[in-house]
Design a protein around this ligand. Structure first.
Ligand SMILES: [Zn+2]
Length: 491
């Protein structure tokens, strides 16, 4: 999720007269100790084929035992997405790939554990319907060596790692309610925050904990009918997601405008070339020969258990945004609201709320959190709420200028040191106001023409004088003090 840039292609200015329709299937790895049906560890980055046993290798005679923790986390996801949580059954989804040792995947088909939920998008204020969020096991992983971009075509040889086989997943399927690549991006961002806040998943896209398949179709503006859709598989960053959707929608419009038709397909996104290409014709449900898994009984969570699980869910993003919004007056949109959404999305809201509770200015805390802290988020664990609060107070008391505060915060994130100590070591002791006044007088003396214009009301020249004083003071003067001195000397 490190990639926050918004690509220009396929996002802005979608083809006039056309509308894109997008539904997303998000696969989320659950944060359990062990796999879904066996005692093998659920951990990432191990030596290939070391976390395996007869069950997850699908050896004859082995039998699955459902992981209670996985069911609990799946229910947490369902409740967090306002789904109905109910009785469900497991099915075998049959298909033939080398990375699936049993040649079937245990999934939920007719009756998912979580159905009919909703997810509210905070920026576009849109409600997206969640059709289902069902439990299934992950497959193993094929690695294609040599050739073009890790694909099987043209590879020299292929290897398979079964460590991932049997890792518990929840697949969250949205209705086709999204209408732009930007909305898709906002949906995944919010969903990820919900999964992390409910402690069901670590939400790490870069480690494959969250993988997105996008169903994309296009239709003429005003049309109610859906066009033929293509599914783009395995989008593993927000940047890939928005680029792939934009490209695919434009490809489909071009086809239709050229008098051709869109063929229902599963497509692959090539990040380097920025294009999608056909992988295979899209499977229909009957291709998978679903049938009930005879080795597992239906799941019937009791209402008591569901109620208890509800109490384990932490504060969800919507509630976190409300908590931040309450620190300000009237922010349901605009730049401060955008910062609130960013802060919650990045998990910086506890820092800002904590600083406000310690008496620091919440607006300044929010700004420093969503700019300086956000740009060095990897070092967040080094920054305690107390140290952050102290820094914000030093800045709002004008003991540090804005420039100095930003520098000090950067060093605090690097070293974990406290604000006053870092400021001192950098020689950022606030300049005495008489020293600042001397500098202001010097600058006025050396720029008589600009001073005359400023005195006669050209307010925009304040910036020029502040800049000059900053230069002379090597950034140590407080901009607010300089500005008020300039104003008092003018009148
Ligand atoms: Zn196993």
């Amino acid at each position: 999720m490190a990639d926050n840039s918004i690509p220009s292609d396929g996002v802005e200015g979608f083809l006039p007269g056309w509308e894109m329709v997008v539904g997303l299937e998000v696969h989320c790895e659950l944060k359990t100790k062990t796999k879904l049906f066996c005692g093998c560890a659920n951990s990432f980055g191990q030596e290939p084929n070391t976390n395996i046993c007869p069950v997850c290798l699908g050896l004859p005679g082995s039998l699955p035992v459902i992981n209670e923790q996985a069911v609990e986390l799946a229910i947490r996801i369902g409740l967090s997405l306002n789904c109905t949580v109910d009785k469900s059954i497991f099915h075998r989804k049959n298909y033939f790939y080398p990375d699936m040792p049993k040649d079937y995947q245990v999934s939920q088909y007719e009756k998912a554990i979580n159905e009919n939920g909703i997810l509210e998008l905070p920026l576009s204020k849109k409600t997206v319907r969640i059709e289902r969020a069902h439990i299934e096991e992950d497959t193993g992983k094929s690695v294609h060596v040599g050739g073009d971009g890790g694909r099987i075509h043209g590879a020299d040889h292929s290897l398979v790692d079964y460590n991932r086989a049997g890792i518990p997943l929840v697949e969250i399927v949205s209705a086709p309610d999204l209408r732009s690549a930007e909305e898709a991006r906002e949906y995944v961002t919010e969903l990820r925050s919900i999964l992390v806040a409910s402690a069901a998943s670590d939400g790490k896209m870069e480690e494959g904990s969250l993988r997105v398949d996008a169903n994309v179709s296009v239709r003429r503006q005003g049309s109610e009918e859906f066009g033929t859709r293509c599914e783009i598989k395995n989008l593993n960053s927000l940047r890939s997601l928005t680029r792939a959707i934009g490209y695919e929608a434009r490809r489909q419009v071009a086809l239709i405008e050229a008098g051709e038709r869109v063929v229902q397909q599963t497509r692959h996104w090539n990040e380097d070339q920025g294009i999608t290409s056909a992988m295979r014709s899209k499977e229909e449900a009957y291709d998978y020969r679903y049938f009930p898994e005879p080795d597992l009984v239906p799941l019937e969570p009791s209402t008591e258990w569901i109620s208890e699980i509800r109490t384990h869910i932490g504060l969800l993003p919507a509630a976190r945004r409300e908590r931040l919004t309450a620190l300000f007056s009237d922010v349901s949109s605009g730049p401060v609201y955008d910062q609130i959404v960013t802060a919650v999305g990045l998990g910086l809201d506890d820092l800002v709320v904590g600083a406000a509770e310690n008496g620091a200015d919440p607006r300044l805390a929010l700004a420093r959190a969503t700019n300086e802290v956000a740009s060095d988020i990897g070092n967040l664990p080094r920054l305690t709420i107390e140290k952050f609060s102290d820094l914000i107070k030093l800045e709002s008391q004008s003991k540090l200028s804005a420039t100095q505060a930003k520098t000090v915060l950067g060093k605090m994130l690097e070293s974990g040191a406290d604000a006053a100590g870092v400021a001192k070591s950098l020689g950022f002791e606030a300049l005495d106001s008489t020293v600042i006044e001397d500098l202001v007088d010097q600058v006025i003396g050396s720029s008589p023409k600009e001073w005359e214009r400023f005195s006669s009301g050209e307010d925009q020249l304040a910036g020029f004088f502040v800049g000059q004083v900053m230069k002379l003071s090597k950034g140590k003067a407080d901009g607010k003090i300089v500005t008020s001195l300039l104003r008092s000397k003018r009148s």
